[in-house]
Unconditional design. Sequence first.
Length: 73
Amino acid sequence: MRYGLAMRSINSFIHKEANRFLWIVKGRLAPDEYSEQDYLDVYDSYLKRLWGNHENYVHEEGFEEAYTEKYNK
């Protein structure tokens, strides 16, 4: 199973949402080196950035597949 230390210590909802936010904004998943604090920072700052943007779903295409491939092996 491939995932960083942060996946083991932070809430799985926060982990997935932070990755989803990165996917929407930057088109990529979080790097393996991300710490627990990095995930929390991304979640907090990108939630504010994306709140109320009703076009987010357009940029989510491919996220579930990429997330499953990286973290559920």
